[in-house]
Design a protein around this ligand. Structure first.
Ligand code: CUK
Ligand code: CUA
Length: 634
């Protein structure tokens, strides 16, 4: 174990002992006193707990005992729940939910003014379908800054800021429908987020096209500036686009296409024996953009490059049949396209792509292996020992295979590249290895996200949970060690070592998420940290209120029937884990106010009389008493 890890453990253990310390103050009168300096000395129990955790890591044990901390953060998509979840691995405990494209009554996500600002032009869209969470990287390694996620349902991309684990940017991508595959540029850093428009639509989708003539229908590859969260440019392709990934050199992106036929019905979409992988040449795309070689559509100014067949920006590599997942091997050598309707995966050598783009070789010459693995290969993950793990949806198995042996077999040598097939329960979609999409792949854990659980859990009615299974891959054999029920629908996940992620314990007062709210307060001449004030501005009323467990700064205020009321609540508590809530009864108004945060929510006071408001996050022994009255004068 490196010193680095050791320090990390000590820090985490310190964190672990703080709650007791706080609880004492919490029930006293000193809740508002900061605890920043309170670092408990190491106790014998803590050393014992650390030793236990170290032993567990060494033996790759899935057991994380009460009071111990997980070694990895997992970021799970919530599928059509629209959210992202943070898991602890190997315990598989759900640690937190991050609302993104959904609305959430606990935190007020989608209800508060701050979250509506983040959602921007889609603030009124209340649903979403999140698939692919991926963390920003530097030099092919997670950098702990952001997690990006797509919304297939509403063609959006969102960004989660990992220091607070909240969604901080959201973007509706124009000119496309159904943003599906999403990954990040791995190196030299995540300048771009890459994502695919899956459904083909008329390029100018203005109601003048027909259902019969599909000649103007296109799919676009999207390159998004990761810092600005704006579309940098789009690339028009032949066929549609499904999943995508990037190389480790910052040169190429690759996407699968399952509908090269441009069929509009299922039957039409699966006629061809081969579809393709499109490879995008980033330098050439950027040069074309600079040279102004683009068009715009639908009345917006997003540049669209032409990357259809014959273009210098792309190459099309034929692969069998309706491929789905696209995964870059963690050694940076290969793109692997998963055959779905073919029992094979196609292994593309990334070091042959330069020759492909200079036309020295033909597209199929980049294929160095096409191992047959089983029925319904969807996604592939990698360890640090040259092995790949492919989900077989129809066979309900994970196939472990060796990449170099598969290449030998493709070259006619008699070698068995299959290492093991493990039954999973049931019908796996994505899988992911610990840090397996980065240079830090460590070959310890594999998660299989199974779409069906059937008989694996107590029955809970016609709707069943899915089954996220944890598999120990540290030895020669894969071993299934845990079944974990999950709610719809973790399509994809990533497993990030905890040393990469450093979340804050309190909000900082200069956080951009509530900067605009503070600017409004400043305009109203209110210092939200010290003042409680009701400001009337025509029929708009702004109520500024502090909260310190167990008190709101105002226990009563008056408005008039029909007023538009904005509540601005600031949590002055400096104590970790003391979150307050604000709920106006009978108004559908709820929100979270984290320690040192300001949050706001706006509603119409359309019910005359006395309306109680209360704190709805349990914060104190006198939490029930943390309430006040709004009088709505008729
Ligand atoms: S997709 Cu769901 S199993 Cu959206 Cu990545 Cu393959
Ligand atoms: Cu404040 Cu409950």
């Amino acid at each position: 174990m490196s010193d680095n890890k050791n320090n990390d453990l000590i820090e985490q253990s310190n964190q672990d002992t703080l709650p007791n310390e706080e609880r004492r103050k919490f029930f006293g009168k000193t809740a508002a006193i900061g605890l920043g300096a309170a670092v408990a000395p190491m106790s014998a129990a803590m050393f014992a707990s650390m030793a236990q955790a170290k032993a567990a890591e060494a033996a790759n044990s899935p057991f994380v005992h009460p009071g111990d901390l997980d070694e990895y953060y997992g970021f799970w998509s919530g599928g059509h729940s629209g959210e992202v979840r943070i898991m602890g691995l190997p315990s598989m405990r759900e640690l937190m939910r991050i609302p993104v494209f959904n609305i959430d009554s606990a935190t007020g996500w989608g209800l508060t003014n701050e979250s509506k600002r983040v959602k921007g032009d889609s603030a009124d869209v209340l649903a979403g379908d999140s698939h692919h969470p991926h963390m920003s990287m530097t030099d092919g390694r997670y950098n702990g800054k952001y997690v990006f996620i797509n919304d297939k349902a509403n063609s959006r991309v969102a960004r989660i800021r990992c220091n607070v684990m909240k969604t901080d940017k959201m973007l509706t991508v124009p000119n496309v429908q159904a943003i599906h595959g999403l990954r990040v540029q791995k190196a030299p850093e995540t300048k771009y987020v890459i994502c695919n428009g899956e459904f083909e639509i008329p390029m100018d989708n203005n109601g003048k096209s027909t259902l019969e003539d599909v000649s103007t229908y296109r799919s676009l590859f999207n390159i998004i500036d990761a810092e600005k969260m704006e579309v940098a440019f789009q690339v028009m392709v032949d066929g549609n686009l499904d999943n995508t990934d990037a190389d480790y050199d910052g040169k190429y992106f690759a996407s699968t296409c399952y509908n090269s036929e441009m069929g509009m019905t299922l039957g039409e979409m699966i006629t061809a024996e081969r579809d393709h992988v499109v490879v995008f040449n980033l330098a050439r795309c950027e040069a074309a953009l600079k040279a102004g070689e683009f068009k715009t559509y639908n009345g917006n100014d997003v540049p669209v490059l032409d990357g259809r067949k014959g273009s210098e920006l792309t190459r099309y590599i034929p692969v069998p049949k309706s491929p789905h997942g696209l995964n870059t091997s963690s050694d940076g050598k290969y793109f692997v396209a998963n055959g779905k309707l073919s029992p094979t995966v196609s292994v593309i050598a990334i070091n042959k792509l330069d020759d492909l783009f200079s036309d020295k070789i033909k597209p199929r010459d980049t294929i160095v292996a096409e191992p047959e693995l089983g029925l319904g290969p969807l996604h592939t993950a990698f360890d640090n020992r040259g092995n790949a793990y492919t989900t077989l949806f129809l066979d309900s198995q994970i196939a472990k295979w060796n990449v170099e042996d598969a290449i030998k077999a493709y070259n006619g040598e008699k070698v068995n590249y299959i290492r093991q097939k493990l039954d999973v329960h049931y019908q796996p979609g994505h899988n992911h290895t610990s840090q397996g999409e980065t240079r830090d792949a460590d070959g310890k854990w594999l998660v299989s996200l199974c779409k069906f659980s059937k008989d694996r859990f107590l029955p809970v009615g016609p709707l069943r949970p899915e089954n996220d299974q944890l598999i120990d891959i540290s030895g020669d054999e894969m071993k299934l060690v845990h079944d974990g029920p999950t709610f719809a629908e973790p399509h994809d996940c990533i497993i990030v070592h905890r040393s990469k992620v450093k979340p804050q314990k309190l909000w900082t007062r200069d956080d951009p998420i509530f900067a605009e709210t503070l600017a409004m307060a400043k305009k109203d001449g209110v210092d939200v940290m010290t003042q409680n004030k009701v400001i009337r501005d025509g029929n708009k009323v702004r109520v500024y209120m502090t909260s310190v467990a167990p008190n709101f700064g105002l226990t009563e205020f008056k408005v008039k029937l029909g007023d538009e009321v904005t509540m601005v609540v600031t949590n002055l508590d400096m104590v970790e884990d003391v979150t307050h809530g604000f709920c106006m009864t009978n108004h559908g108004v709820q929100m979270e106010i984290g320690p040192q945060a300001t949050a706001s929510i706006t509603f119409i006071a359309n019910k005359p009389g006395v309306q109680w408001y209360y704190c709805n996050w349990f914060c104190h022994a006198l939490h029930m008493e943390m309430r006040g009255r709004m009088l709505v004068e008729a």
